[in-house]
Ligand binder design. Structure first.
Ligand SMILES: Cc1cc2nc3c(=O)[nH]c(=O)nc-3n(C[C@H](O)[C@H](O)[C@H](O)COP(=O)(O)OP(=O)(O)OC[C@H]3O[C@@H](n4cnc5c(N)ncnc54)[C@H](O)[C@@H]3O)c2cc1C
Length: 421
């Protein structure tokens, strides 16, 4: 039966939607049992309240707890689940995760050595100029939450923050779905793609829609595909496909809503159109088995946004601070970077408005370059000539990959023990 996407086209649907279906968990032994406490209308006073337990929120909470701060982290999902994400971990992300105590190799991360660009009937390949890996968000988020709990963070899961306000000049109050209030002088806003009322990011004028689907590829495709992240271009968007742990592949795509309208807002039509426009993708997916009953989708992705300002005591991190175009595969790295910078600013008693302004100037050049490159990818002439140019000069891909990274701050931890897919 066809699946109508048009219901996801309204502004009301800003929330990530899980359309059911699960993929096999690669190694149940690696699933980390997680204990959480229940707030149950208890009034909590902490040093720092962190709203959102994804990459940025967990990273900040682990670092703050490590410095002896009392931290409560509030996450609306009771357990980590699949998120719309290409699941590419750049060198900077690997380095930050290592510093937080996350060993992605033991979680089954797949090393990624090559990037391939495909448009129309052409494809070009270049080695990545930095170590990289891929790991499902479910595995990564599970490990991060477990690390936060081990670090002494009070983690409240299955609790939705509904409102955030200031009761006095130096006390912030978060109101949860059951009316419980939590107070702290400092809040880290880390709700990712989801905006809290009163702290919304601007509209997304391009009206992007993003999907993620897992596939088990046909054996003929697996060997050629191993250790590569492939970016595929088509009118109105692009998609990335790469191996993740458990011998499966993640296909993550973005498309402008007007292009989705042309295929009747249906996933299966969109998937067919992508393959028609990009035969490389058709080759990869030939004989592939979809592993989710339906794709996961989100709307409202304000690419290029960098939060210009904030209020005293409110540090905005992750996607709440900046949203880089997805093709760079750098969002997780930026989430970790902004968390680390915010923690450093907080510990140094740097006011949040000053931190946010400094973060903005630090990220501006990288963000504008990524936007410029994204516009190029979306241009029909560029789509026609890019793979050819890259074959002639693969260095362009390496240079672009380097320029769209956040600054690296120490030696990168290499990924070992490649995982066969
Ligand atoms: C199509 C697409 C592909 C991408 N591919 C990549 C990639 O390959 N590599 C990469 O590095 N980046 C990628 N990104 C970007 C990356 O996913 C994000 O930048 C990153 O997840 C941001 O981390 P975060 O902590 O800000 O948000 P998240 O990791 O999304 O975490 C936010 C958390 O807050 C919780 N939350 C939300 N609202 C509330 C609430 N009201 N109360 C309590 N909890 C709440 C959510 O449940 C969630 O767990 C991609 C993004 C898109 C859209």
């Amino acid at each position: 039966m066809g699946f109508k996407l048009k219901y996801f086209a309204t502004a009301a649907l800003l929330m990530q939607t899980h359309w059911g279906g699960t993929i096999p968990v690669p190694d149940p032994k690696k699933e980390i049992p997680v204990r959480t406490s229940i707030l149950n209308r208890i009034h909590v006073q902490d040093d720092v309240l962190i709203l959102g337990g994804g990459v940025a929120g967990c990273a900040a909470s682990i670092a703050l707890a490590g410095k002896g701060r009392r931290v409560t982290l509030i996450e609306r999902e009771p357990t980590p689940r699949h998120k719309v994400c290409g699941e590419f971990l750049s060198g900077e992300a690997l380095e930050d995760l290592h510093l937080l105590g996350i060993d992605v190799t033991s979680l089954g991360a797949v090393p990624i050595h090559y990037v391939r660009l495909a448009a129309a009937r052409r494809a070009a390949e270049a080695p990545l100029p930095f170590p990289a890996a891929s790991l499902t968000r479910r595995a990564l988020d599970t490990a991060l939450i477990a690390e936060a709990i081990a670090a002494g963070v009070r983690v409240e899961r299955g609790r939705n923050v509904q409102a955030l306000s200031r009761t006095t000049s130096d006390v912030w109050q978060a109101t949860l779905d059951d009316g419980t209030t939590c107070e702290a002088p400092t809040v880290f806003l880390a709700t990712g793609k989801h905006d809290l009322r009163g702290y919304a990011r601007p509209e997304d004028p391009q009206r992007w829609v993003a999907f993620k689907m897992y596939f088990r590829l046909a054996p003929a495709q697996v060997a050629e595909f191993a250790n590569a992240s492939e970016l595929m271009l088509y009118p109105g968007g692009y998609s990335g496909i790469q191996p993740v742990e458990g011998g499966i592949a993640n296909l993550c795509c973005v498309v402008q809503q007007r292009h989705l309208a042309r295929v009747g807002h249906r996933w299966e039509n969109f998937l067919a159109k992508m393959q028609k426009d990009c035969p490389h993708l058709a080759m990869r997916l030939a004989g592939a088995e979809p592993l989710l009953a339906k794709p996961i989708a989100i709307t409202h992705i304000p690419y290029g946004y960098i939060r210009p300002t904030t209020e005293n005591g409110l540090y905005c991190i992750g996607d709440q601070a900046a949203v880089i175009p997805s093709f760079t595969g750098d969002g997780i790295s930026i989430a970790l970077h902004t968390a680390r910078c915010a923690v450093a600013a907080y510990l140094a008693a740097e006011p949040a408005p000053l931190f946010q302004a400094k973060l903005r100037s630090a990220l501006l050049a990288q963000m504008r370059l990524a936007e410029f490159a994204a516009d190029g990818l979306n241009n029909s002439f560029a789509r026609a000539v890019l793979p050819f140019c890259l074959r002639v000069w693969p260095g362009v891909m390496r240079v672009t990959a380097k320029l769209t990274r956040v600054a690296q701050h120490a030696a990168v931890v290499p990924i070992q023990s490649p995982v066969e897919i």
